[in-house]
Design a binder for this molecule. Structure first.
Ligand code: PLP
Length: 404
């Protein structure tokens, strides 16, 4: 069984206080806290193994390289990719998408071509595509959504033309919590031989993802949102696609031979990994993935779904509560507004009660515009959150509501 008290013991930060109140950390969509195991893996590597990877013949370099490459295999298994050649280490989701937008743009986007994104994307799955479109003279097309926060798939089909070069869609909205039918989106796009990038930043921490089952062509996620360190993430790409794309950055690691006249590139995945990777972070990311696997992704999902149901039910009873989005399939993220209390005031006052939530546009300004608002308060849950913490949030909101 899922022993929440035992799980919480793995996260030292959860027992600290802020403003003399027990910390209630509900900003997990922004970043998650780190279990002891992850921090200890980093400390251990810096104390006992540290050396640059791939280049050295000496013992430490080989040991660091082994840890780094073993981490790639851990990631491959975790997302059920076909091969480690398909796992590119990046700095995070944002860099993964920038890499893809650049390389795919160079390889196959021409004037008049189109890129399809959804109405609920994070800026990091809009702006890199917009920049590439500007460079290439291409256009962005947007999959619209309903007022409930569900993508309109019938409209989506109609957006796909012979000029569409890629479809980019988040698996889980970081604002509405909507779980998008990405498998269906992939199926529809593939009927027209169009590749699909899935932004997994908000899905990977909460549900099992399987590249071979989803069949998407590219998938991006960040280590720090799944209990790993900051500064490391992954771009998954089908090998056949990655073979076709040119490198993103030049430098060490990504080359086979260099002369002043010509450079030949390294094989996958190194072609896309210029420079010294954050090999301590990749090892720590693998430790984080091993940690969630040991708890069981199904158990984590069940725990968080139960918590989300409980929170929705309690929050809905608050006078003046407006929860944004009402998708049938939803994840552990709840955005809300209460009466005419400004989201920033609500967030600041909750903070004084020890409750950490996020406020603002959540890097999704086009979605805010679609909803006709400037921002929301967002509570997002993780594997260590409890019903008592949801109660604290609800009581905190009630207290603040009465003050206004
Ligand atoms: N995509 C989504 C859906 C997100 O929620 C986030 C971060 O909040 C990102 C992308 C960007 O992630 P990162 O800042 O780790 O690159």
């Amino acid at each position: 069984m899922y022993d929440i008290n035992k799980v919480r013991e793995d996260f030292p930060i959860l027992s600290r206080e802020v403003y003399g109140k027990p910390l209630v950390y509900l900003d997990n969509g922004a970043t998650t806290q780190k279990p002891r195991q992850v921090v200890e893996a980093m400390v251990d590597e810096y104390y006992n193994v540290n050396a640059n990877v791939h280049r050295g013949v000496h013992f430490l370099s080989q040991q660091a390289t082994d840890l780094h490459e073993a981490s790639r295999e851990v990631v491959r298994t975790f997302i059920n990719a076909h091969s480690t050649n398909e796992i590119i280490f990046t700095r995070g989701t944002t860099e993964s998408i920038n890499l893809l937008a650049f390389s795919l743009g160079e390889a196959m986007v021409k004037e008049g071509d189109e890129v399809v994104v959804s109405a609920m994307e994070h800026h990091s799955n809009i702006v890199p595509w917009q920049m590439m479109c500007k460079r290439k003279g291409a256009q962005l097309r947007v999959i619209p959504m309903t007022d409930e926060g569900e993508l309109q798939l019938s409209v989506f089909e109609g957006l796909l033309t012979e000029r569409t070069r890629i479809v980019c869609c988040t698996q889980v909205s970081n604002v509405l919590g909507t779980v998008n039918p990405v498998k269906e989106i992939v199926r529809i796009a593939h009927e027209k031989s169009i590749p699909v990038l899935v932004d997994g930043a908000q899905s990977v921490p909460h549900m099992r993802v399987d590249m071979q089952d989803l069949d998407c062509d590219f998938f991006a996620f960040s280590g720090h949102k799944i209990y790993g360190p900051t500064g490391v993430g992954v771009l998954y790409g089908k090998e056949a696609w990655l073979e076709k794309l040119p490198p993103y950055q030049g430098g060490g690691e990504m080359i086979k031979n260099v002369t002043f006249e010509k450079t030949t590139y390294n094989e996958l995945p190194y072609k896309f990994e210029a420079g010294t990777p954050d090999y301590v972070a990749t090892h720590a990311l693998a430790t984080a993935l091993a940690y969630v696997s040991s708890l069981g992704m199904e158990n984590i999902e069940a725990h968080e779904q139960e918590l989300t149901r409980y929170a929705l039910e309690r929050l809905q009873r608050i006078e003046g509560m407006r929860i944004l989005g009402a998708a049938k399939e939803r994840d552990a993220v709840i955005s809300f507004l209460v009466g005419d209390i400004h989201h920033l005031d609500m967030g600041t006052l909750l903070d004084r009660l020890g409750i950490a939530v996020r406020t603002g546009h959540h890097c999704a300004e086009p979605l805010m515009k679609r909803l006709g608002i400037e921002g929301t308060v967002r509570a997002s849950f993780a594997l260590y959150n409890t019903k008592e913490e949801v109660d604290a949030l609800v009581e905190g909101i009630e207290k603040i509501r009465k003050m206004f």
